[in-house]
Design a protein around this ligand. Structure first.
Ligand code: ZN
Ligand code: ZN
Length: 393
């Protein structure tokens, strides 16, 4: 065990309490008022220069030491999910229907623990930017912070972020170079036909039949258009039309989630979805509109920064507690926007597996999930060591 890890273990209890306090008071995207207050107050207390308001509730804490010109960015997310918690834990959510089911309470606590230690004991030379972002869950808080000038006001030579991952031993660090998280597209298809009597379909243009053909047709894009060695997912998660058995409705709506691990495949999927929907709608005599909304790009970890992040992991936990090149995931993450502008790496920390059991092994976005507090020491020690190694004289 490195001395950094030992030191961070000593102060972990304070941040376990803080994590549970944040867990008890979850807030949805762009509504992280209490959480961002708490983050900003602590950072200011420890001597950080605090800037608020980027992306609404975003917070940036900056600490400069020495005369070095290097600039590092570390990012945590603060938002919760619209889920009714079912853990029954003493620190369970006290807000009905809102829950920290993705562990962003833990990510925030980890970065705050590192912030305190670095302020009080950190030997580094350069500029440290701690970025606490709102609204990671589908609302693009990272992008909003960037639109508010994040990297112009706080330039970074490299940026890093960490996410917990159930299914792996607690504290295990998993890294990957290249495409690591999928792009995500939220697509709504609106079909407009001609409503009519269910007994006289020849007098109508049925959007239900057209919609059914589109659902089936969409499945051929992955199987027939995407090269077989590439990853792609097209899920039709919602198909809404009609209210009565004897009425042909006027409209139908389909909602899609589309994922890929390659920028070119993403472009191909979007193009083929548009073409197939329009051609099928024409064939069935209905009109179609396809709306793309709030997509996330592919998250791509850059080679040099990932190699650096691996070296820090190796030094902190040893090769036996890390995975140097883990499998990519078809989930998405808006840190991808930041990595389009600044080189860096996004890594995972195991949250618990079958052997450890309990709420930590439960998958994220599940009402029984809970962040594993054992990770606060390891996670914050990782940020402290990475800062020291990156911002060296
Ligand atoms: Zn999530
Ligand atoms: Zn998450």
């Amino acid at each position: 065990m490195t001395s950094t890890l030992t030191e961070l273990r000593h102060q972990a209890a304070e941040f376990i309490d803080l994590r549970r306090d944040i867990h008890r008071h979850p807030e949805l995207g762009y509504q992280e008022l209490r959480t961002s207050d708490l983050v900003a107050e602590r950072l200011a207390q420890w001597g950080y220069q605090v800037t608020r308001g980027l992306g609404g509730t975003g917070v940036v804490g900056q600490l400069q030491r020495g005369s070095g010109s290097k600039r590092l960015g570390l990012r945590a997310d603060m938002d919760a999910l619209p889920i009714q918690e079912a853990t029954g834990l003493p620190h369970a959510s006290c807000h009905a229907g809102v829950m920290h089911a993705c562990g962003h309470d833990g990510h925030t606590a980890i970065l705050l623990a590192a912030a305190k230690h670095l302020a009080e004991h950190g030997q580094f030379d350069g500029t440290l930017n701690l970025i606490f972002q709102p609204a990671e869950e589908g609302l693009g808080g990272a992008k909003r912070m960037m639109e508010d000038g994040l990297f112009e006001r706080f330039p970074c030579d490299a940026i890093f972020a960490m996410h917990n991952m159930p299914g792996y031993p607690p504290g295990q660090l998993l890294l990957r170079e290249g495409a690591t998280m999928a792009s995500s597209e939220n697509i709504t298809i609106t079909l407009e036909g001609v409503g009519g009597h269910g007994a006289m379909p020849h007098c109508a243009a049925d959007p239900v039949v057209a919609g059914a053909a589109i659902v089936m047709g969409l499945q051929t894009i992955v199987s027939r258009n995407v090269p077989p060695l590439h990853t792609a997912v097209i899920t039709v998660g919602a198909f809404q039309a009609g209210q009565a058995n004897n009425v042909i409705p006027q409209n139908a709506t389909l909602q899609l989630s589309v994922r890929s691990l390659d920028r070119e495949v993403r472009r191909l999927l979007n193009q083929r979805i548009g073409e197939l929907v329009q051609a099928t709608a024409t064939a069935y005599g209905v009109r179609a509109q396809v709306d793309f909304r709030g997509g996330y790009p592919v998250l791509v970890n850059t080679p040099a920064e990932t190699e650096f992040a691996r070296a820090v992991a190796r030094e902190l936990v040893g090769s036996e507690h890390m995975v140097a090149q883990t499998e990519p995931l078809t989930g998405s993450e808006d840190f991808a926007f930041m990595l389009e502008q600044v080189p860096g790496s996004y890594l995972f920390i195991g949250n618990g597996d079958a052997a450890t059991g309990g709420h930590g092994a439960c998958m994220v976005h599940n009402p029984n999930y809970d962040f594993n507090d054992d990770n606060i020491a390891v996670g914050s020690a990782y940020w402290v060591l990475l800062t020291k190694r990156f911002l060296t004289a």
